[in-house]
Design a protein around this ligand. Sequence first.
Ligand code: FAD
Length: 473
Amino acid sequence: MMTAKVRLAEGATKTLDAMELENLKAGLRGALLMPGDDGYDQARTVWNAMIDRHPALVVRCAGVNDIRQAVNFARTHGLLLAVKGGGHNIAGNAVCDGGMLIDLSRMRSVQIDPAQRVAHVEPGATLGDFDTEAQAFGLATPVGVNSTTGIAGLTLGGGFGWFSRKQGMTIDNLLAVDVVTADGNFVRASAKENSDLFWALRGGSGNFGIVTRFEFQLHPLGPNVLSGLVVYSQKEAASALKKYREYARQLGEETTVWTVLRKAPPLPFLPSNVHGTDIIAFALFHAGDPKAGEKAIEPVRHFGTPLGEHVGVQPYCNWQKALDPLLTPGARNYWKSHNFTDLSDGLIDVTIKYAGNVPSPHSEIFFGMIGGATMRPAPDSAAYSHRNTLFVCNVHGRWETPAEDQKGIEWARGFYRESAAYATGGVYVNFLTDDESDRIKAAYGPNYDKLTAIKRKYDPQNLFRTNQNISPA
Ligand SMILES: Cc1cc2nc3c(=O)[nH]c(=O)nc-3n(C[C@H](O)[C@H](O)[C@H](O)COP(=O)(O)OP(=O)(O)OC[C@H]3O[C@@H](n4cnc5c(N)ncnc54)[C@H](O)[C@@H]3O)c2cc1C
């Protein structure tokens, strides 16, 4: 093996000699990859094509031993370190330039204990892996809406999806984790063991160690659920959003309806003359009896004059993949996000203004409705604090080429600036982009100081810094 020039956490570089690299490799069950090796480019590639980083070393882990070896090596040599689960993080926090990448994406086992209704999940599993195994027993826990997202990063930031109004955030269903900490120790964290670490991991992102196994509470769901889309012209968006606002205020917890404003994709249930025009779509999901669901979602059909609808009873796993075609990896993405407790008239005006002026046919403004069970825990019950949020808004700027970057970024920033007055001031940590270090405190909210103290205890040297970082200083 050759030598490797590596970047250190504090910015300098140093050269690792062949013996040091051979020793690392010899201790692994997985692979040590360097630029040019088979699998290197795959390991360093993440969902957002705007991120193009080249680590000097990739440890492609096969198990907990590999993770510990890699953590010990990185700490001993002072390396800049990144950790990759599903690689979906918009800021590109799964990968670094010049340092070491710990790649967990091959550790994808999901084991279900149907009697206890508990899932044991490895950190490279995707939401699709998780849902498929849990649904084999008619079980689920709330996770996100795109099946290729990693369970690890999603959970560590909080996690929400269609099932959240009924069963809470993903972290509200986390029972325990196994963690490799910065000192290379392997610890279990739960409400009873290392409870400070468990508190911090539920919303504190990747700051506190590498989770090697997640243990989730599961709940009966489906396997068939009422779900689908109702689509209107954006010309009706103002009145539709006002009706939606009233509807959201009295909606039961089994139902959720999200809304998105964008150009119509070529969906087969829409007339072809609607394709490519400005629409507002309502995506609905009912977590209970489909008959009761029909009643609950009926008002959505009367927010205006529908251009088309595709609503029916379908397997939950299919609905969990319904948005995948719009969210494929490899495009350039720039996001801006706010949390809202309501949709005020001013916010509706700004939304319509920007939705009518998207920088590309793939860009969109969406409001994910949470509330319900996500609001019940106290804001200081876990690191995730945004318990007052009813709508998580995300402006998805998305396009194909670098030439479109400036226009798309300015559009997303414009919406963000003009809608800020109506927002809570908090933001979901998992929706922060690369250039938003000034919003990290807003993402951790009133829990920031406690997180700093726990960071000092578990990672005083800030080994885990390629994330929305909580400085131990
Ligand atoms: C298309 C798309 C749709 C999305 N939809 C939703 C949604 O519906 N709901 C929602 O809540 N979020 C959603 N998200 C946001 C998602 O939660 C974040 O992007 C999350 O970071 C993805 O996790 P990952 O494992 O894929 O990410 P990665 O990029 O691999 O990692 C994210 C962060 O977590 C750290 N990390 C990863 N694994 C570990 C580990 N085992 N231990 C410690 N740290 C670790 C990484 O170092 C990094 O800092 C979506 C994102 C995308 C791109």
